[in-house]
Design a protein around this ligand. Structure first.
Ligand code: S3P
Length: 435
């Protein structure tokens, strides 16, 4: 628990235009793939957040030279598929689930042992979902009762598997595909719900053949990666806070520029649109291997909905702020099929329900979701439980609250969105961070 808090005055509006920092998922992948590529990978728009810096430090600890010549620019001198070296000690992944889970896949095929550790939150999150399929490939991995620290033993001979993804998870899929680079044969993953496909797109950008047939994605082992330029789009998961802010309280047209709109990530736009939000996707273009657009928003009255289950995996990180939208909407919102929210950086169903109830909103937990009755948000103090997205979601709630909000334990906002408070202030929120 950290002492940092957000204090946010009630009401106000958002106006003008903003940009949000680079995409977290894409930034992690640029480091991991750039590290094992041949040649130089120049990354622009890199997210300089604590989570991504954990991956950066891990790659450096394994002998990859990574330079940071200017803000948002990272230059990776790839060591090739078999060029990583044993790290001198445990690789500390902090709060970063993506760093830990994708690294497990990468490390499964190395010639050395490594240990991955995390903070208290990461050490409580499930790791067997990654370890189990990797063991089927021949990896030797010990978890600590299913959690971090995770020990990966080197010199395993990996063989391809054909894996049916029971949990819709891009991290699990990506770990298997990364291990597949080191496996004999063609590794395949079949997913029954759409999960983000940044790994597949970036592997292709590095010259790797990745096949996608319907729900099945496959990769032949032994393929070499070739470094090149990577352009990281703005993170739609960070933009989501301002999508909701604008839907609730934009003055005129509010614009968020250069946001990644990969169709596996745009569930938040679809859900808010179903709730009645006025969102226009303009200036759609390709930036490297990812689609990017400007988002134009106007305020309007939101209504409660039953969120279609198929949209849940495509908006999985956006539920904290979507719950705030539901609390400020007219009528009842029901989210189900979202049990994954219980094993994110916090139990986001329990933590959001508790915070919303503190603010006087009716919020009933279900095992796999939440039922929220929209109403007048009150005022007072809510605890983020160290969860970055919960902290930012409640900051946005202040726009519709009766009185000021204090949000506690917010230091982890820096894991995904450094500079959130100043961008929020620029947009119009009366927010200050007090340490
Ligand atoms: C991510 C995948 C998602 C998401 C996480 C980032 C990724 O997790 O929640 O924030 O970069 O692959 P799961 O793979 O557990 O669904």
């Amino acid at each position: 628990m950290s002492g940092a808090v957000f204090r946010v005055a009630a009401g106000g509006c958002v106006r003008g235009e903003i940009e949000v920092p680079g995409d977290k998922s894409v930034s992690h992948r640029a480091l991991l793939l750039g590290g094992i590529a041949e040649g130089t990978t120049e990354v622009e728009g890199f997210l300089e957040s604590e989570d991504c810096l954990a991956t950066l430090n891990a790659m450096r600890a394994m002998g990859v030279a990574v330079e940071r010549p200017s803000p948002g620019r990272v230059v990776i001198d790839g060591v090739g598929l078999h060029g990583l070296q044993a790290p001198p000690g445990p690789l500390a992944m902090g709060n970063a689930g993506t760093a830990m889970r994708l690294s497990m896949g990468l490390l499964a095929g190395q010639a050395f042992d490594a240990t991955l550790s995390g903070d208290a939150s990461l050490s409580s999150r499930p790791m067997e979902r990654v370890a189990a399929p990797l063991r089927l490939m021949g990896a030797r991995i010990d978890t600590t009762d299913g959690h971090a620290p995770v020990r990966i033993h080197g010199r395993a001979q990996l063989t391809a598997i054909d894996y049916d993804l029971a949990v819709p998870s891009a991290q699990v899929k990506s770990a298997i595909l990364l291990a597949g680079l080191y496996a004999a044969g063609v590794t395949a993953v079949t997913e029954h719900a759409v999960t983000r496909d940044h790994t597949e797109r970036m592997l292709r950008a590095f010259g790797v053949a990745v096949d996608r047939t319907g729900e099945r994605v496959s990769i032949a082992g032994g393929q070499r990666l070739h470094g090149g330029p990577i352009r990281v789009p703005g993170d739609i998961s960070s933009a989501a806070f301002f999508l909701v802010a604008a839907a609730l309280a934009a003055e005129g047209t509010f614009v968020i520029r250069d946001v990644g709109v990969n169709p596996t990530r745009t569930g938040v736009i679809d859900i808010l649109t179903l709730m009645g939000a006025d969102i226009r996707v303009t200036n759609l273009r390709l930036a490297g291997d990812e689609p990017v657009a400007d988002l134009e928003l106007r305020a309007g009255e939101l209504k409660g909905i039953e969120v279609p289950r198929a949209l849940v995996p495509r908006a999985i990180d956006e539920f904290p702020v979507l719950f705030v939208a539901a609390a400020a909407a007219r009528g009842t919102t029901l989210v189900s099929g979202a049990a994954e929210l219980r094993v994110k950086e916090s139990d986001r169903i329990a933590v959001m329900a508790a915070g919303l109830r503190t603010l006087g909103i009716e919020a009933d937990q279900r095992p796999d979701g939440l039922r929220i009755v929209g109403g007048q948000l009150g005022s007072g103090a809510v605890d983020s439980h160290g969860d970055h997205r919960v902290a930012m979601a409640f900051a946005i709630a202040a726009l519709k609250a009766r009185g000021a909000l204090e949000i506690r334990d917010v230091a982890n906002v820096a894991t995904s969105f450094p500079g959130f408070a100043s961008i929020a202030r620029h947009a119009g929120l009366a927010i200050e961070e007090v340490r």
